[in-house]
Design a protein around this ligand. Sequence first.
Ligand SMILES: C[S@@+](CC[C@H](N)C(=O)[O-])C[C@H]1O[C@@H](n2cnc3c(N)ncnc32)[C@H](O)[C@@H]1O
Length: 235
Amino acid sequence: MSDFQQAREKEIAYHEQFYDQTALFEQGTWLARPVAAVMDHLELLKVQNMRVLDLGCGVGRNSIPMAQRIQDMNGTVVCVDLLESAITKLRQYAEQYGVASHIETHVADAQYFRITPGMYHYIVACSCLEHLTSEEAFVAKLEEMQEGTAPLGIHCIMINTNVKEIDVETGKEQEGLIELNLPTERAFSILHRLYADWEILCERQVHQEIPEVHDGRDIMFCGEWITFTARKGAR
Ligand SMILES: C[S@@+](CC[C@H](N)C(=O)[O-])C[C@H]1O[C@@H](n2cnc3c(N)ncnc32)[C@H](O)[C@@H]1O
């Protein structure tokens, strides 16, 4: 099995199990609340009939609060995730939280989900673009996202970069098993090049260390969590 296939299988297995065992907004988990940067940048947009695209939406940690926020503006959040089980749960949560009519769902690989030109005012990709097949696919997706954005629209991108796994007992370090493991500098350099004509609103990186158990061994999953947000020009 290729490294990509192994990484994809691990990604699917982890999320299937996690979403099964964890309720949306459950305290003490990463589903407890929406990501602050996602909600803060949404506040910069006040558009009637607002269209938001949430790539790699999961069970709606960001999509549901965004739909609640824009429902009075007749807004819609278009939600895309690879996992059918995540989308099924998201639809149930959308009913539960009263926003089903403001959510549109697609089971699809973000890499192949076609973004209609000029369609969206806000595009969120929170822990999604590191699951594409290659750097070329990453660049192509960002270009498609840009094409799909209306004038003055905003992108909110979060990516895990420079992912490593350290064996806690031996200290041995190896590259993390993730589909696209971009070095942090490389990710920022691509973003700066592609977004040269956009207004950069926020860029930051935070070091992360997450303890995991792999095959009975304690592993520290390390990397940078980068946030990059930008606004398109008026034309
Ligand atoms: C860490 S979760 C984040 C979910 C959501 N964005 C959030 O912030 O709660 C990553 C999500 O991306 C989805 N995913 C992974 N690879 C994907 C791909 N190629 N296309 C679409 N979704 C993908 C996973 O199924 C998972 O739900």
